[in-house]
Write a protein that binds this ligand. Structure first.
Ligand code: NAD
Ligand code: LMR
Length: 342
């Protein structure tokens, strides 16, 4: 059999890039699981371009060594390796950050919850291996339905006795990305400095944008204009699914969003003050939901602090009231499923 070590050596980064890796502040190993997919490939490219990343491990059930060979010719620090279908453990072993975009995307007419049956077992099985060989990794879950896949990973880690809620994140950055883009489209402000917190979960009405918290938010007229903006942020994913016409869902914007998330996490690990919205185990509405997306402060431990929410407007409170029961159902579904399908 073609030795795994040889396979990995064949896609090592060139010597010039290795020189730069020696100057990196810390040894940052990132693994992408589902690396050959619509999100996985551009996300892996963005990770290869991130100078903080010293080692990049790509895993998929198909094509990962090829994607890694391609990326490994880019002269940036990250030493890039591709792992074959039967070498998930090799890919994850020693990884500090594990990003998971593995699984089926939506087709028109589907909800994210319709992906549950195909993606729950994919995420569970990947999580089992991460719990075994990289129990201390910071894990970013991209695979949908995020409202259920994150609780699934938490249950797998609990069962393995290695769960640390500070290290598990549902990546909801695409919601804040869209909110900034759509709001700045109305207000004419710079989209890169427009910042709208988006709380709740990552699906339809569980997505709750807090337009009142953006400095530009008061430029949106209450009533039809605000309602349309909120609806567009909540259902922005459907726009892409419809436009791709059966060929999948958001991939490039998602890869960008996951790269923003990972950069925030890396900065937090380096002790920089960073706050981003992400779906984590949260005390904010503990009596109704164990997981909730809100602005989270990152630190060396992962989740450093989950600040209390700001005062919501009456409209935002209505949105939150609609979010919580749906979110609770999605979370319970994930937990119940792992209990029945350990
Ligand atoms: P895709 O079909 O293009 O890619 C998925 C990849 O996962 C494929 O390469 C496939 O081979 C791989 N895969 C399948 N089973 C695997 C396994 N057991 N181990 C490793 N890899 C496996 O899909 P995509 O467009 O990249 O979307 C991936 C997921 O991300 C979907 O579930 C989608 O709904 C979700 N998504 C989430 C967000 C978000 O905001 N969190 C945004 C967009 C998409
Ligand atoms: C998104 O928000 O674009 C993703 O969750 C993919 C989808 O199914 O809409």
């Amino acid at each position: 059999m073609f030795a795994r070590a040889a396979l990995r050596n064949s896609v090592r980064a060139p010597a010039s890039a290795r020189y730069f890796s020696q100057t990196a502040a810390a040894n940052r190993k990132v693994a992408v699981l589902g690396a050959s997919g619509g999100i996985g490939q551009p996300l892996s490219l963005l990770m290869k371009l991130n100078p903080k990343v010293t080692e990049l491990r790509l895993y998929d059930i198909r094509l990962a060594p090829g994607v890694a060979a391609d990326l490994s010719h880019i002269n940036t620090p990250a030493v890039t390796s591709g792992y074959a279908k039967d070498d998930l453990e090799g890919a994850v072993d020693g990884a500090e950050i594990v990003l998971i975009p593995a699984g089926m995307p939506r087709k028109p007419g589907m909800t994210r919850d319709d992906l549950f049956n195909s993606n729950a077992s994919i995420v569970r099985d990947l999580a089992k291996t991460v719990a075994k060989v990289a129990p201390k990794a910071y894990i970013g879950i991209i695979s949908n339905p995020v409202n259920s896949t994150v609780p699934i990973v938490a249950e797998v880690f609990k069962k393995a006795g290695v769960y640390d809620p500070k290290r598990l994140f549902g990546v909801t950055t695409l919601d804040t990305t869209r909110a900034a883009t759509f709001l700045s489209g109305i207000t004419g402000t710079d989209p890169q400095t427009t910042n709208v917190p988006v709380i709740g979960g990552h699906s339809g009405v569980t997505i709750v944008p807090l337009i009142s918290q953006a400095p530009q938010g008061d430029k949106v007229q209450a009533g039809e204009q605000l309602d349309k903006l909120v609806h567009r942020i909540q259902f922005g994913g459907d726009e892409v699914v419809k436009a791709k016409d059966g060929a999948g869902s958001a991939t490039l914007s998602m890869a960008y969003a996951a790269a923003v998330f990972t950069e925030g996490l890396l900065k937090g690990l380096d002790g920089e003050a960073v706050t981003q919205c992400t779906f984590v185990e949260s005390p904010l509405f503990k009596d109704q939901v164990d997981f909730f997306a809100s602005p989270v402060e990152f630190g060396p431990e992962g989740v450093k602090n989950i600040p209390a929410l700001p005062k919501l407007t009456a409209e935002e409170q209505k949105l939150l009231d609609a979010c919580l029961p749906d979110l609770a159902k999605n979370i319970k579904k994930g937990v119940a499923w792992v209990a029945e399908n350990p």
